[in-house]
Design a protein around this ligand. Sequence first.
Ligand SMILES: NC(=O)c1ccc[n+]([C@@H]2O[C@H](COP(=O)([O-])OP(=O)(O)OC[C@H]3O[C@@H](n4cnc5c(N)ncnc54)[C@H](OP(=O)(O)O)[C@@H]3O)[C@@H](O)[C@H]2O)c1
Length: 283
Amino acid sequence: MKKILITGGNGLVGTYLKKILNRENYSIFAFGKEHLNIIDSEKTYKIFKDLKPEIVIHLAALTDVDFCEKNPETTFLINSKGTENISKLSIDFKCFLIYLSTDFIFDGMKGSPYSEEDKPNPINIYGKSKLLGEKYIINNCEKYLIIRTSRIFGKGGKNFSSRLREIMKQKKEIVLTTDLINSPTYASSLAECILKLIEKEFCGIINVCNEGWCSFFEFGLKMKEILNLNLKIKGISFNEFLRIYKDIAPRPKFSPLSIDLLNSLNIKVDSWERGLEKFLKEY
Ligand SMILES: NC(=O)c1ccc[n+]([C@@H]2O[C@H](COP(=O)([O-])OP(=O)(O)OC[C@H]3O[C@@H](n4cnc5c(N)ncnc54)[C@H](OP(=O)(O)O)[C@@H]3O)[C@@H](O)[C@H]2O)c1
């Protein structure tokens, strides 16, 4: 049985991934921050030495984009230097390293979905820190897979898309932005794709998200329709949003990811609407 070590194993993706991988023929060693802190090189080395995993799925990161913007040092330490640490150990122990990256490495100015070949140009600290992680892996690792994904939602997630259901159930009226557009990704769809990519031993860079794209406003409207809720959703521009809520990091305006490469491997994903329906059925 192949041994898989997962960093950031108690986060949103880790939670779904553990369920899916456990059903398969793998030995899973998923660590939360308390047991494997990616910036603690010594302890992390000891874990690698004891386990000798064949595959490392590196999920650990600071993912609160607005927190990252206000805390660049901590963000680069964890997202970039932490990824360098995990990469070095993956090289030393000859592991296949899988790293999750983001559509936020792009500036959102292209006007059409980003392919794996498009040139990154991040406009916020989170995107810059994740891109540095990518660069380290590309320049140093022999066997790696970089999965670029976006706006992940799922049960138990702390991010806005995951919490929107609760917010919408509590409020009579909310505002959502109409002009920040990317591809929502149901954590379960992502986890299934990670498993399929492992089985195909696919290496390099690949985009993984649900099919299609939308604004947060459209995402909220679809959720309202599925849940048959009676609240008012007002669409506003991101600039208006910034005037209401302070300390918000800049975000790419249009950063859907093309999944042509994924589809060419015969890996099919649900539309984001279908992913959303499945997520809401989890409750
Ligand atoms: N969420 C998205 O929309 C999105 C989009 C694109 C790419 N990604 C990438 O996908 C990966 C998984 O994201 P996710 O949605 O599962 O995020 P998540 O729920 O925030 O999980 C990340 C996990 O990393 C842990 N962590 C933070 N600092 C750590 C450290 N120093 N050492 C070890 N673990 C640490 C966190 O623990 P604590 O909570 O205890 O700090 C958390 O459990 C990340 O690499 C992220 O950059 C996410």
